[in-house]
Design a protein around this ligand. Structure first.
Ligand SMILES: *Cc1c(COP(=O)(O)O)cnc(C)c1O
Length: 372
C-alpha cells in the first residue's frame, strides 16, 4: 500500500513564522517552514501515525537507538521556483531509492518510494509560499529516518520515525558561485571500503568535522578526501563529488563503495556525455592531479551536489603546497553546467532527460489523499 492518506493539521495564524524576505541573508539550513511531515513504524502497525502537523519539538525517548548507536539516514533535495512561477522537483525518485540503500546498509526499515514522493509533494505544496521566488534560492527538503525504540543493547531498531522538514536556502558557500579553496586531508580519512561511505548517514558527517575544522583554520572552505588505505586516490569533497577536466576530458573517481553516489554527479555525467564530452570514471591520484595542475593540463576542478549544484575549485592545498587551478577563475564547463542545471531544475530548459516534475498545479488536499 504505497499511497496513504496524510492528514494535515494546519498551524494557527499565531503559530506561523515570519519569513526572511531578504534572500541574501538566507544562507543555508538556518530557516525552517511552519509544518513538518512525519510517520512512524513498528512491527505490529508497520508505517502509521502519518501526518503533517505544525512545527514542534520532536518527542523522543532518551534511550532511543538513533541517539546512542547512530541509526540515522537522511536525504537532501530541493523544490525550485521557475520564472513562470511554477514549483519543480528534480529526480526525487533517486533520493527515495538512495534513502532506502542507506537504510539497508544501516539495517533500518525502508520507506516506499511512492510514499516518499507523496510526503515530499504534500509538504512542499502546503508550504509553497516558502519556496523563494529567486533564481539563486530554493526550498531545501530534508527527509530523515531514525530508529526510535528505547533500547541500550546493540541491535537494529524495531521502531522508526520518518519525517520531512523543509526550509528556504540561498547559496551553500558564502563564496556563492565563485571558486572555493580546498585542503587535501592527509591524515584523516572519510570512509574505508566495507564502511559507511556509500550511505548518507550522520556518522559520516560527525566523522568529518575534525578535518573540516583543520581545513578552516588554515583558510580553506572544504576538505578533499583521499582513500583510507594508501592516502593517494582522490575520493570526494566534504559534501560534494568531484570532477576534473583534463585535456578536454572529464574525469571523476568511480563509485567503488567509499563514495556517496551523488545525484548531481550522475546528472553531470549524463549531461556531459549528451554534450559530446568524453567522461571517464577512473581512479585518479592526488599526485597526478597536482602534476597536471603544474603542467597546465588540468583545466578545471569542480564539485557537484544538490546544496551547491556546481562549485568550482580555485585552489588545492596538498602537503603544505598550494596549486591554483584555471587562474582561480570559474572554468567554462563549470559555468555551462551550473547554468544548464539550474535552468533545467526550474523548468527553463527542455526536459530531455525526464528529470523534472512540476507540481504547483496539484491540489494539496488531493495529494494528501493519494489522488494524484
Ligand atoms: C549528499 C552528498 C553528496 C552529493 O549528493 P547529491 O545527490 O548530488 O546531492 C556528495 N557527497 C556527500 C558526502 C554527500 O553526503
Amino acid at each position: 500500500m504505497p499511497i496513504r492518506r496524510i492528514p494535515i493539521r494546519r498551524a494557527r495564524p499565531n503559530q506561523l513564522r515570519t519569513k526572511q524576505t531578504d534572500y541574501s541573508k538566507l544562507g543555508f539550513g538556518q530557516y525552517f517552514s511552519d509544518h513538518f511531515f512525519a510517520t512512524e513504524f513498528d512491527r505490529v502497525n508497520e508505517w502509521h501515525m502519518t501526518r503533517i502537523e505544525p512545527w514542534r519539538l520532536l518527542q523522543i525517548d532518551a534511550a532511543a537507538i538513533c541517539l546512542h548507536y547512530g541509526q540515522e539516514v537522511f536525504e537532501g533535495l530541493k523544490a525550485y521556483r521557475g520564472k513562470d512561477g511554477g514549483i519543480y522537483l528534480f529526480r526525487w525518485q533517486k533520493n527515495a531509492t538512495r534513502l532506502n540503500s542507506s537504510a539497508d546498509r544501516l539495517m533500518m526499515e525502508t520507506v516506499d518510494p511512492e510514499f516518499f514522493g507523496q510526503a515530499v509533494k504534500t509538504l512542499v505544496l502546503l508550504e509553497q509560499d516558502w519556496v523563494p521566488n529567486d533564481s539563486e534560492c530554493s526550498l531545501y527538503i530534508r527527509p530523515t529516518l531514525i530508529a526510535t525504540d528505547p533500547f541500550l543493547g546493540v541491535r537494529p531498531g524495531d521502531e522508526y520515525a520518518f519525517y520531512v522538514i523543509v526550509g528556504p536556502v540561498g547559496a551553500y558557500y558564502p563564496e556563492g558561485f565563485n571558486p572555493i579553496r580546498i585542503w587535501v586531508s592527509e591524515e584523516d580519512v572519510r570512509a574505508v571500503k566495507g564502511g559507511l561511505g556509500e550511505a548518507k548517514t550522520a556518522a559520516n558527517y560527525a566523522h568529518s568535522l575534525c578535518a573540516q575544522q583543520k581545513a578552516q583554520k588554515l583558510g580553506y572552505t572544504q576538505v578533499l578526501w583521499l582513500d583510507a588505505i594508501e592516502h593517494r586516490w582522490v575520493e570526494e569533497v566534504g559534501t560534494m563529488n568531484i570532477f576534473f577536466r583534463i585535456n578536454d576530458e572529464v574525469v571523476t573517481p568511480p563509485l567503488a563503495g567509499t563514495i556517496l553516489p551523488g545525484i548531481t554527479r550522475d546528472s553531470v555525467i549524463t549531461i556531459c556525455k549528451h554534450w559530446g564530452i568524453k567522461v571517464t570514471e577512473r581512479t585518479i591520484s592526488i599526485n597526478e592531479v597536482i602534476a597536471l595542475a603544474k603542467s597546465g593540463e588540468l583545466q578545471e576542478v569542480f564539485g557537484s551536489g544538490t546544496a551547491a549544484v556546481i562549485s568550482p575549485v580555485g585552489v588545492l592545498s596538498h602537503k603544505g603546497e598550494e596549486v591554483t587551478i584555471n587562474g582561480n577563475q570559474t572554468g567554462e564547463l563549470s559555468q555551462r553546467l551550473f547554468e544548464y542545471l539550474t535552468r533545467l531544475q526550474r523548468g527553463e530548459e527542455d526536459d530531455i532527460f525526464g528529470w523534472v516534475e512540476r507540481i504547483d498545479h496539484l491540489d494539496v488536499e488531493k495529494v494528501a489523499r493519494g489522488e494524484f
